[in-house]
Design a protein around this ligand. Structure first.
Ligand code: P71
Length: 459
């Protein structure tokens, strides 16, 4: 059948003007930022693909929800609306709002992890693993090997490898595994989904061993869309139905609602167990705020409730993923090495292949991200050895197989023309790749070093 065009299921009511800069200005800006795109001023950025977090465009419905904010300290009506929406769309009975995803991770880790515990997961995420470690736990990667291979075309690179999971169980015993944390559309693997089949098997495994199944549902709708497209049994189901089914297979959820749910700030911890809820309420008041607002304003909870409903619409997801595929296919056609299959929230450039002359200890992905900024004002994010940090025991760098630069697409923000400009910029950097130099740290923070670390060029 011929491939039909698709279009965004919205039209544009308001625009934000962009600023262009000169190459000289950008060369100065990247040196001032210590070759770290996190330290650039957004005024110096043209197309901002740093992240899809908190920078999506809210709809007119969400903006009008903002005006319905009930800013009462306790028992805001927006909290009850949010709680009911989460139960309706995501199945979880209890909701504890937090200022963003890591607020939920902090509370969960503190409640459930005791020193010496092991927490398996389908690849690490930076803040998730750090909270597990701060609570005394050790993260163990149980994702399938294919997730670490740029060239593998596995349709569900987010899947759990049960041989890895069983090995851990044998080694440490179920009593030292408080939970397994499963991310939908695994960020660090390149926005790669877990299959419903794998998740169902995991549910059985967790029941067998009485281990809690935690769901990092930050990008659950994107995962659901991939299940609809790639898992035959789900071809006729809606994204909304699949999202609900995924959530219903799990016990607890942490959510950064700044992604899928298209609000600028917010998150939550959700669950079905009343004892766990009681404990979470006890901690949320210490770190976030009262249990009926966590870290969120009433208006933001209202906008989130609307965002959740919009995020599971099939036509929204089609356009969302379609835009990322558009950029990815353009890059592939030009021979740019990227992670395949193309991910749900971003296109990931393979810095190892693009800059073969820079050894991993000289941070090729960091260097590539800086070079892309200087070339065109496109801001991307390093997702390689800098993000991976150091082993907490040995102090040695984690050296991940994936040394990537993430071109992350905010939801409903940029047009296809912005994708064209981005692709052309990446291609230009690729053509001049031999001129890109490796980097070394001039300042290395102890934790989450990628945020504030500074670098200089080597040689
Ligand atoms: C992203 C982010 C934001 C971020 C976080 C850390 C370093 C750089 C950028 C945040 C996530 C996420 C997943 C799967 C939990 C969080 C934390 N992602 N789980 O990709 O992707 O949520 O930012 O709301 O605290 O740019 P939070």
């Amino acid at each position: 059948m011929e491939k039909r065009s698709w279009a965004e299921p919205y039209k544009i009511k308001m625009v934000e003007l962009l600023k262009m800069t000169t190459r000289e200005e950008r060369e100065k800006a990247i040196i001032e930022a210590g070759f770290n795109t996190f330290l650039l001023k957004s005024d110096d950025v043209y197309i901002d693909l740093l992240t899809d977090s908190g920078c999506g465009a809210m709809s007119d419905q969400q903006w009008s929800a903002i005006m319905l904010g009930d800013e009462s300290y306790a028992g805001s009506r927006n909290f009850y609306h949010l709680r009911d929406t989460i139960e309706e769309y995501y199945s979880y009975k209890y909701t504890v709002p937090t200022h963003q995803g890591r607020g939920a991770e902090n509370i969960l880790s503190q409640i459930m992890i005791k020193p010496g515990d092991f927490v398996p997961g389908n690849m690490y995420f930076t803040t998730t693993r750090l909270h597990q470690e701060l609570a005394g736990g050790t993260f163990v990667d149980v994702i399938i090997d294919e997730a670490h291979q740029v060239d593998s075309h596995h349709p569900f690179k987010g899947n759990v490898d049960f041989s890895k999971l069983n090995k851990l169980l044998e080694e440490v015993g179920a009593e030292n595994i408080p939970y397994i944390c499963i991310a939908t559309c695994v960020n660090m693997a390149g926005g790669q989904p877990i299959s419903m089949d794998n998740l169902k098997q995991l549910r059985v495994w967790c029941d067998q061993h009485k281990i809690v199944l935690v769901h990092d549902m930050t990008r659950v709708a994107e995962n659901a869309f991939f299940i609809q497209q790639r898992e035959a049994a789900y071809a006729a189901k809606s994204v909304k139905e699949i999202v609900y089914e995924i959530c219903a297979l799990t016990d607890v959820a942490t959510m950064s609602s700044k992604k899928d749910a298209m609000v600028n700030i917010g998150g939550f911890l959700a669950m079905n167990d009343d004892k766990l809820y009681e404990k979470a309420c006890g901690l949320v008041v210490v770190y976030e705020g009262l249990h009926t607002y966590g870290g969120m304003a009433g208006r933001d909870m209202e906008a989130l409730a609307v965002g959740i409903k919009e995020s599971v619409q099939d036509e929204h997801m089609h356009a969302r993923i379609g835009q990322i595929e558009y950029l990815g296919e353009k890059l592939m056609a030009a021979g740019v090495p990227i992670v395949q299959p193309i991910g749900g929230h971003a296109v990931f450039l393979d810095a190892r292949k693009l800059l073969p002359h820079i050894p991993q200890e000289q941070y090729p992905a960091q260097a590539l991200s800086a070079a892309l900024y200087v070339e065109s004002g496109v801001r991307s994010m390093e997702r390689g050895i800098v993000s991976a940090g150091r082993n907490k025991e040995t102090g040695k760098n984690h050296a991940p197989a994936l040394e990537l630069v993430r071109l992350t697409i905010p939801r409903r923000v940029y047009t296809q023309a912005h994708m064209d400009v981005t692709a052309e910029s990446v291609i230009r950097v690729m053509e001049n790749a031999d001129k890109v130099k490796g980097l070394r740290f001039t300042y290395e923070p102890e934790v989450l070093r990628f945020f504030m670390g500074r670098f200089e060029e080597v040689g």
